[in-house]
Ligand binder design. Structure first.
Ligand SMILES: [Zn+2]
Length: 256
């Protein structure tokens, strides 16, 4: 039985500014292929108070002042919060959204990011479950500096960046790392720009399937299927669509 939920809004298909994450058509193929397998749930924009869980007032107001991105940025946060809510009920979920968020620190952002979707969703979950421990896994090509900054010194959150290198090496490190962990939920910054046909040139589509599989298996065994992910990078629209489907299928397969 498929329980994977995909949080998606048609507004994410619209370009909102001039950067590679916002480029027209980037998510069209993903929308078609993911939508062919998994049910979509439509998100609402987050509230200002949600953003302020991870960012300063000044940063919020700076992004608010950029009319081209503000609405999309709030909707991407809302989608990721909804993904975390599904995960909290034991339904693995994925926010197919943009702009990405992992380069957004408390008071600044760069790298096509504005608000830190994953960090805000994790912070909001921890408001309700302060005793829980969360593992944030970031497998984007680029270091999730914003997420690391937001959770620095926070004992409730472990931030893990997938080591760089070819598939087998990176994934066996992930597997080894997971064996030693005791956490209640996995949140994933899912960037697909390490793909062999994308900027990183490191991971194949089936490697993304393996990553999903190991994470899904861990979540099934130890976290009652509490796992969610949000899209970060990934700029070859064909490789992106294939890899997202492989990753989600991998999480599903991890449950058996
Ligand atoms: Zn990236």
């Amino acid at each position: 039985m498929v329980v994977m939920k995909v949080i998606f809004h048609e507004q994410f298909l619209q370009s909102y500014t001039h950067d590679p994450a916002a480029s027209p058509g980037r998510l069209d193929q993903s929308y078609r292929e993911v939508g062919g397998k998994y049910a979509f749930l439509e998100p609402s924009p987050c509230e200002e108070e949600d953003v302020l869980l991870a960012h300063t007032n000044e940063h919020y107001n700076r992004v608010k002042g950029d009319e081209s991105v503000f609405a999309s940025a709030k909707l991407a946060v809302g989608a990721t919060i909804d993904a975390a809510l599904c995960a909290a009920k034991g339904e693995p979920s994925f926010a197919l959204c943009r702009p990405p968020g992992h380069h957004a620190s408390p008071d600044h952002s760069w790298g096509f990011c504005y608000f830190n979707n994953i960090a805000i969703a994790v912070k909001k979950y921890l408001l309700n479950y302060p005793e829980k421990k969360i593992l944030v896994v970031d497998f984007d090509l680029h270091y999730g500096d914003g997420t690391a900054n937001i959770f620095q010194g926070n004992p409730a959150v472990i931030f893990y960046e997938l080591p760089s290198g070819k598939g087998y090496k990176a994934i066996s490190e992930l597997k080894k790392f997971l064996e030693g962990q005791k956490v209640d939920m996995i949140a994933c910054s899912a960037g697909f720009d390490r793909h062999v046909n994308d900027w990183g040139g490191m991971l194949t589509t089936s490697d993304y399937g393996d990553i999903g599989n190991y994470l899904g298996e861990y979540a099934h065994k130890y976290c009652e299927n509490k796992i969610f992910a949000a899209l970060e990078g990934g700029y070859n629209s064909r490789a992106l669509a294939e890899s997202i489907v492989a990753f989600l299928d991998g999480i599903e397969a991890g449950r058996y």
